[in-house]
Design a protein around this ligand. Structure first.
Ligand code: BG6
Length: 531
């Protein structure tokens, strides 16, 4: 990770060189905050008329500009089917940015960025459109001095990933000339299963080298996710107990309150498993369970992540029946809002067997983790929005507190709160003041925003910045994805062969299906409440 070793104690004020006025925005002579400026380049966004561009990518470039991390030799080209020209594209982005810019809208920063934004209209499979793209790239290079470096971002629907890559290559736009680079960020989902993920990889590799391919997982853009490694490997006190001798089990929860919203068409074909598990959740598992890497170099980190993903026990069909739970929501109230049945959502088939909830018990077969269950659950329309990793430690030996209800006390639990209430807490036992010996559970709590101040960010800043710097640490390697699909695939096969008979099986606004509670009850354990 490019700045993982830097010691930071919170964001400093924006630093300006003397002589620059407050109202206009300059990149020349600006002091970047917390890093060096990215090299000159053009970012080309495929699918630029979609939500991701307006809600995340442009706000992220805007935030990078605000932090002086973009070079003055910078440009963005939007490429999509919708008919815009430079002016109308900029106008559309400006109105969206006003709604989505975390931390408010600064007209001078937007002016700086918008002057560098261009648009090419075309179909992703139309060679002519790539000829126009090539001409626009040449023009921006001349106008903005971007030196032939290009970061392509495939924010299209997945069927276009390999088409775009092939067109780029056959039109000479993916070729790296001496002294310049061409990189391609590929959005998720990367395949629908192991077979299609391998095929996509083969197609990309037929026109690009691995060092040009950046498979993005936006969970790795989250500060709290990046902090998992920092927390584990920069603190001497946790690593010695981070293993099967001290840890009873690990619970990973990704609970969302939203239903499928307007994404029924995509989601009904995907389901919670494909949408969240082999990507976001397995990233979390790999960071929690990996061995310490020998350095923070991209491949050193990713080697360890891949190793632990390969160590996850593959499930037999019997395991799938006893260790996995799927669910689909029925109508219910979530946070004062009434959600309809999943099957009544727009673009969802009325008989849909698609799961909106998954719970699983996984085992990791290696020296550190054998016999430590990793329970994970993920779902839409649940009681609260909460993503967290809870490490539950073993109970202490019993002897000292014989006359107290020590067995009723909560065991030590370390909770890494990923979102929305970012922080880390450690639960431990303490004496309740008074003449008799009574024990209570208390929390030691660290709150990110309280300590470091709220950081206006979309979560894409770091990933785009690393893409420009050529740091692949936070991007997935093909073997990591394959290892993840290898775990998920047997589950999908069994689910596919045995359509669910009890859907819908949980109400919106609850903690999910009853079977998920039973999954842990059978092991004498319980989920933490979702709140
Ligand atoms: C996306 C999924 O990758 O991640 C969505 O497709 C999901 O279904 C989203 O809602 C969750 O991301 P976040 O950052 O809100 O946790």
């Amino acid at each position: 990770m490019s700045d993982a070793q830097g010691v930071v104690s919170g964001p400093g004020p924006l630093q300006r060189k003397p002589g620059l006025e407050e109202t206009s925005f300059h990149m020349e002579n600006a002091v970047p905050i917390g890093g060096r400026q990215a090299p000159p380049c053009t970012a080309v966004i495929f699918g630029a008329a979609g939500d991701l561009t307006a809600r995340k990518l442009i706000p992220a470039f805007y935030n990078l500009a605000k932090q002086r991390l973009l070079p003055s030799n910078f440009a963005v080209i939007g490429f999509a089917r919708r008919e815009y020209d430079d002016a109308s594209f900029r106008e559309y982005l400006e109105s969206e940015l006003k709604g989505h810019a975390p931390g408010g809208f600064d007209a001078s920063v937007w002016k700086w960025l918008s002057e560098r934004i261009h648009y090419v209209c075309g179909n992703f499979d139309d060679t002519e459109a790539y000829v126009r793209l090539g001409a626009t790239l040449a023009a921006t290079e001349k106008q903005h001095g971007t030196r032939g470096n290009v970061l392509y971002y495939l924010a299209t629907s997945p069927e276009f990933f390999s088409i775009c890559a092939r067109q780029l290559a056959s039109n000479g736009l993916a070729q790296e000339q001496t002294g310049s680079w061409r990189r391609v960020i590929v959005e998720k989902p990367f395949g629908r299963d192991l077979k299609t993920a391998r095929e996509l990889d083969k197609q990309l590799h037929s026109v690009l080298t691995e060092s040009q391919i950046y498979r993005i997982d936006h969970y790795l853009g989250k500060e709290t996710v990046q902090n998992i490694m920092v927390f584990r490997f920069s603190n001497g006190i946790f690593e010695p107990i981070w293993n099967r001798r001290y840890i009873d089990h690990v619970q990973i929860t990704v609970a969302e309150t939203l239903g499928v919203e307007k994404r029924g068409g995509y989601y009904d074909k995907s389901g919670a498993m494909r949408d969240m598990v082999p990507n976001h959740i397995f990233q979390l598992i790999s960071l929690v369970a990996m061995e310490p890497p020998v350095s923070f170099q991209a491949d050193a980190v990713r080697d360890e992540q891949a190793k632990v993903l390969r160590a996850i026990q593959p499930m037999t069909p019997e395991d799938v029946l006893s260790r996995t739970v799927r669910g689909q929501y029925a109508a219910g109230q979530v946070g004062g809002r009434m959600l309809p049945d999943y099957r009544a959502e727009p673009n969802v088939t009325p008989e849909s067997a698609t799961e909106t909830y998954v719970a699983m018990k996984l085992g990791i077969d290696n020296w550190r983790w054998t016999d430590v269950p990793f329970y994970l659950r993920v779902g839409k329309a649940l009681a609260a929005r909460s993503t967290e990793i809870a490490i539950q430690f073993k109970r202490p030996p019993f002897v000292l507190f014989r006359n107290t209800a020590v067995d009723k006390l909560s065991p030590n639990t370390l909770v890494l709160r990923i979102q929305p209430d970012e922080g880390i807490s450690l639960k431990f036992g303490a004496k309740v003041p008074g003449a008799t010996l009574r024990l209570g559970s208390v929390d030691m709590d660290f709150d990110y925003s309280e300590h470091f101040g709220a950081q206006p960010a979309t979560g894409y800043e770091r990933l785009l910045y690393d893409g420009m710097l050529g740091d692949q640490t936070l991007f997935q390697r093909a073997d990591m994805l394959e290892a993840s699909w290898a775990v998920v695939n047997p589950v999908l096969d069994v689910w596919n062969a045995l359509p669910p008979r009890n859907f819908p099986n949980y109400h919106a606004g609850t903690n999910g299906p009853r079977e998920a509670d039973q999954l842990l009850e059978r092991d004498g354990r319980a989920w933490r409440p979702i709140k």
